[in-house]
Design a protein around this ligand. Structure first.
Ligand SMILES: Cc1cn([C@H]2C[C@H](O)[C@@H](COP(=O)(O)OP(=O)(O)OP(=O)(O)O)O2)c(=O)[nH]c1=O
Length: 200
């Protein structure tokens, strides 16, 4: 990759996925909060992903001046059940409620990815995109949900579950990109990076 890549994320999953496909990058987070104004899930995750990338880019610019020959990537994942948006659970009871609603049914996971691509003159190009995956969750008893919540695995994950961990026991199937559910549609990201860096 000809450009420097910065992953604007604190997520260990996103870091692992980008490493898995051989991209060299730096990871950085901004302390600034993200808020959305959009109403459609795809637009919400795109807006939040862009905000994460922009917050990190502005932090770096404040420290070091203009960003040059660099791509900053932000991402955001939400779970949507019957049009209702589920982010990360506030506490264990909230996680329990989310899982009670998700079990025995299907829902959608959306991940938005934003790229801020800076050329040699520091001119910025913005690309944002959202990927949807449908997830079918097996029925769970109250006891099974309580036991899963007690593992604390739900607490840092949208929808209160992690497809990549013990919760795999309840995944009947998915339609779409698995990695999108884990937090980064990594083939889309890789192909987009290839395109951006071919043009540089
Ligand atoms: C549904 C699901 C979500 N998740 C994770 C992906 C995301 O990390 C998290 C959703 O929170 P996000 O706000 O998208 O991301 P984050 O706070 O973890 O990281 P950052 O904002 O710094 O980039 O949920 C899983 O790991 N497995 C799953 O099956």
């Amino acid at each position: 990759m000809a450009k420097k890549v910065i992953l604007a994320s604190g997520s260990p999953r996103r870091k692992e996925l980008l490493e898995q496909v051989g991209v060299e990058f730096e990871q950085r987070v901004s302390g600034k909060e993200e808020r959305y104004t959009a109403t459609e899930p795809k637009e919400i995750v795109k807006e939040l992903a862009l905000m994460k990338a922009e917050n990190v880019a502005s932090d770096i610019e404040a420290e070091k001046g203009l960003l040059i020959d660099t791509v900053v990537i932000g991402a955001d994942t939400i779970v949507v059940l019957d049009g209702q948006i589920l982010g990360k659970p506030r506490n264990e009871e909230h996680a329990f409620e989310m899982l009670q609603n998700l079990q025995g049914r299907s829902h959608e996971v959306y991940t938005g990815v934003a790229f801020l691509s800076y050329n040699k003159e520091g001119k910025k190009e913005v690309i944002s995109h959202a990927v949807e995956t449908k997830v079918h969750v097996h029925e769970m008893s109250e006891k099974e949900i309580r036991e899963y919540v007690a593992t604390k695995d739900p607490m840092d994950k949208a929808g209160g579950y992690g497809i990549q961990g013990v919760f795999a026991a309840y995944i009947d199937g998915i339609e779409g990109d698995y990695y999108n559910v884990v937090g980064l549609p990594v083939s889309y990201v890789y192909q987009q990076l290839k395109e951006i860096c071919l043009m540089c």
